[in-house]
Design a protein around this ligand. Structure first.
Ligand SMILES: NC(=O)c1ccc[n+]([C@@H]2O[C@H](COP(=O)([O-])OP(=O)(O)OC[C@H]3O[C@@H](n4cnc5c(N)ncnc54)[C@H](O)[C@@H]3O)[C@@H](O)[C@H]2O)c1
Ligand SMILES: O=C(O)C(=O)C[C@]1(C(=O)O)C=C[C@@H](O)C=C1
Length: 295
């Protein structure tokens, strides 16, 4: 631990994949003197304490948040309003409340009304994750080289925003600021729609007749395998993402459906050039993602 850690008491509410990854990174970098977690699942709280990634663990978010200078919300988005209502009265003046939620405007709407005067809200989203869940799934190396998007609301405290940005930088992330609505539209296409497509394709395969389904699993060491990884993601988290980014996702889905229909027509009409042109363009996109080291 460095002589003066950036935070005296960090409270992580929800010690699952992202919360426990953060706890590990904060420990490794000596960024907080005390790390305390709260999790509604008593086994998760106890496990986090047992493996030594937190100093204190409880099932009560208010107990964890009391006296904390930084509170990091790492619960599914549908739980944000309840958690914010519970911790609100326990927060000390000057405390910073931040989060990791995959949707931003809905998080601001759910949390801001419950925070007392003098407490700073800094919404954030580390764009890094896996399909796994729970405190044992986390790892500090999740963050380096990835983006973290902060979406401060107008009039937000600049000092608080800078402290949160510094925390994620110290965890190895590159920090960018964005308008919350813009964030939700960007992530709808880069993250939410791909998950929806994965859930659909795996669901469709599951609905095929029994003998074909077995072959789908047997020969899945191909393109299908990548879809099954994503489609194995946490159902609660993703239900909440889709319910809380409804408009942007439906908009992307409309565009996607139109493009899929155009592709369907090209195949039916034998328009090889159209297929070739599209696949050439998408191959360039893949190359760009690899070049940016985001694959
Ligand atoms: N999984 C990803 O790839 C990823 C990436 C970036 C951001 N996120 C966001 O991070 C958040 C957490 O996702 P995760 O993947 O860590 O999920 P997770 O399921 O691994 O962890 C969530 C934890 O929150 C706890 N919890 C649920 N409701 C609670 C409540 N009311 N009070 C206290 N604890 C509660 C659960 O018991 C669990 O331990 C979500 O908002 C998600 O959108 C996820
Ligand atoms: O790699 C994965 O498994 C992920 O789904 C991670 C992923 C993403 O779509 O990139 C999922 C949701 C988050 O909000 C951020 C990251």
């Amino acid at each position: 631990m460095t002589a003066s850690p950036a935070f005296e008491r960090l409270a992580i509410v929800g010690i699952g994949l992202i919360g426990s990854s953060l706890a590990r990174a904060v420990r490794a970098e000596g960024l907080a003197r005390t790390i305390v977690c709260a999790d509604a699942n008593a086994d998760h709280a106890a496990r986090a304490k047992a493996i030594g990634i937190v100093d204190e663990a409880t099932t009560d978010p208010a107990e964890a948040a009391a006296g904390a200078d930084l509170v990091m919300l790492c619960v599914p988005i549908g739980a944000y309003a309840d958690v914010a209502r519970t911790i609100g009265p326990a927060l000390k003046p000057g405390a910073i409340v931040t989060d990791v939620g995959s949707v931003k405007q809905a998080v601001i709407d759910a949390v801001a009304p419950h925070l007392p005067e003098g407490v700073h809200l800094v919404p954030g989203h580390p764009v890094a994750g896996t399909e796994k869940s729970g405190p044992d799934a986390g790892f500090a190396a999740l963050f380096p080289g990835r983006w973290c998007i902060l979406t401060p609301v107008p009039g937000a405290d600049e000092g608080a925003t800078r402290k949160v940005a510094d925390l994620w930088r110290a965890c190895g992330m590159t920090v960018e600021r964005m308008d919350p609505g813009h964030h939700d539209r960007v992530l709808a296409i880069t993250s939410h729609l791909p998950h929806l497509i994965a859930y659909t394709i795996v669901g469709t395969a599951t609905d095929l007749e029994e003998h074909l389904r077995q072959e789908v699993i047997k020969y899945s060491a191909s393109g299908f395998r990548d879809f099954t990884r994503i489609a194995g993601s946490d159902p609660t988290m993703w239900r909440d993402v889709f319910l809380n980014n409804r408009e942007a996702v439906l908009d992307c889905l409309q565009r996607f459906t139109e493009d899929l229909t155009a592709l369907q027509r090209s195949i039916r009409r034998g328009e090889g050039d159209a297929l070739f042109d599209l696949f050439t363009r998408t191959r360039e996109i893949r190359k760009g993602v690899l070049d940016a080291r985001q694959a």
